[in-house]
Design a protein around this ligand. Structure first.
Ligand code: PLP
Length: 475
């Protein structure tokens, strides 16, 4: 493809993308294909000679779209959101064109330096304490990870190294393996599965602490668990606090922060979805006590209008990461070392994309007010759906709505609710996923697409009513 062909193809693609997004309501949210649908639609082998661009374009509708779940449809209410916005798509184009791998400062200085500044801008927008920001001149700063799962693992590994080093300093005879075998980390029984997985990957014990009736983890429960484990000779070292579990409950940050300080544990805040809401001052009460944490993470690619992947992580002391992840082969050394971050020490892979361009474009083209309007609108839409649920005596809520998620069910047994969900998803008008908490099956309705309007919520509710009628007739 030469330059002129690229320009023409880009016009085709831009046209295709804008049509796709503008007319996304016309598409069925969940595809109807069966596993293996795609192979028969393609030749058995890669072409010997180049295909025409027009044929490639034509195959998007023929091969790809039948198997796409339309995450940006206003009737997509599953999981938590992921974003797609034009500024972010443009930034990804530029990132691909520059195509640098910014693992050290010298490998592409703009890639590192823009990230440092953007993470300060973003941290300030969220109201994070100064210690987390590089601009404070302290040891803190932000880094873009791929996902919240990676951030939890990175924090856990850093905390593990820190505790091992601390104990070895006190008692040099202690073997590293002996210490590691006694380390224990904590998270609520409602924490995301990626937290348990971080424990598995890091080879440390992870204890689930029972959450309360509002599905929140409280300080006394953590203190009790730690005291029990200390009696057993274990070494508590790490706690993950969840802001917005799968039912959108919130662990108590101040209480857990105080307990982690008392016992010298690293506190990591996993705010994958909820973090975005901190751009609105009225939701900051949910992170009261954040100054007690060692690390904080949320996904701008979930609810803050940045395309996947972009997971924002801040630490109070970046040396904790560098100490845990630093290996220094000659070919990665450079003579400006120490004057700017070498982000390879802050993450698991070596390679990294120029993801801060997305933050830059999106923050500039929305501004703080654009972010706040987006979050407030979506929370308002969730309350609209919540009001429908509350007004219909056949339904109940699992928890009152705090952000953009409504957890609800028919006041019937699990089987009836399972049937309701199945009917909704097989009709294809909207897409929901379920969850189960303490044996109770329920449906999760999340406001996901930036395109969602009041009439979309009304349409989704009408679909719930239609399928409810069907299910209640059969049960
Ligand atoms: N943590 C929480 C609280 C989440 O809600 C999610 C996903 O929804 C994750 C972690 C996993 O996020 P990621 O896919 O970025 O690893």
């Amino acid at each position: 493809m030469d330059e002129e062909q690229f320009k023409a193809a880009s016009r085709d693609m831009t046209e295709y993308i804008t049509n796709y997004i503008t007319n996304i309501r016309d598409r069925r949210v969940l595809p109807e294909v069966e596993p293996g649908y795609l192979r028969p639609l393609l030749p058995d082998h890669a072409p010997d000679t180049p295909d025409e661009w027009s044929d490639v374009m034509a195959d998007i509708e023929r091969v790809i779209m039948p198997g796409v779940t339309h995450w940006h449809s206003p009737q997509f209410h599953a999981y938590y959101p992921t974003a797609n916005t034009y500024p972010s798509i443009l930034a990804d184009m530029l990132s691909d064109a520059i195509g640098c791998i910014g693992f050290t400062w010298i490998s592409s200085p703009a890639c590192t330096e823009l990230e440092v500044v953007m993470m300060d801008w973003l941290g300030e927008l969220l109201g994070l304490p100064q210690q987390f920001l590089a601009s404070s001149g302290g040891k803190g700063g932000g880094v873009i990870q791929g996902t919240a799962s990676e951030a939890s693992l990175v924090a856990l590994l850093a905390a593990k190294t820190k505790m091992v080093n601390k104990l070895k300093e006190k008692k040099p005879d202690l073997l590293k393996d002996t210490i590691t075998s006694k380390l224990i980390a904590y998270a609520s029984d409602q924490a995301h599965s990626s937290v348990e997985r971080a424990g598995l990957l890091a080879g440390v014990k992870m204890r689930q602490v029972v959450s309360n009736d509002e599905f929140a983890m409280r300080g006394p429960a953590l203190r009790h668990a730690i005291q029990q484990d200390l009696k057993l000779g274990l070494i508590p070292f790490f706690e993950v606090l969840t802001m917005a579990t799968s039912v959108c409950s919130f662990d108590n940050l101040r209480e857990l922060g105080e307990v982690t300080q008392e016992f010298d544990l690293w506190l990591h805040v996993d705010a994958a979805y909820a973090g975005a809401a901190m751009v609105c001052e009225e939701y900051r009460y949910l992170m009261d006590g954040v100054e007690l944490a060692q690390s904080f993470n949320f996904n701008p690619h979930k609810w803050l209008l940045v395309t996947f992947d972009c997971s924002a992580m801040w630490v109070k002391n970046a040396n904790d990461l560098v100490d845990a992840f630093n290996v220094d082969p000659l070919y990665l050394k450079h003579d400006k070392q120490g004057l700017a971050p070498d982000y390879r020490h802050w993450q698991i892979p070596l390679g990294r994309r120029f993801r801060s361009l997305k933050l830059w474009f999106v923050m500039r083209l929305y501004g703080k007010q654009g972010f706040q309007a987006h979050i407030r609108k979506q929370i308002g839409l969730a309350h609209q759906f919540e009001d429908y649920v509350k007004a219909d005596q056949r339904f109940e809520l699992i928890l009152p709505v705090t952000l953009g998620l409504v957890c609800f069910r028919l006041k019937k047994n699990n089987e009836v609710n399972e049937a309701l969900l199945k009917n909704i998803n097989s009709d294809g008008v909207m897409h929901l996923v379920p969850s189960k908490i303490r044996g109770t099956f329920f449906l999760r309705f999340c406001v996901c697409s930036e395109l969602t309007e009041t009439y979309d919520i009304e349409k989704s509710w009408q679909e719930v009513l239609k399928q409810t009628q069907r299910v209640l007739q059969q049960n």
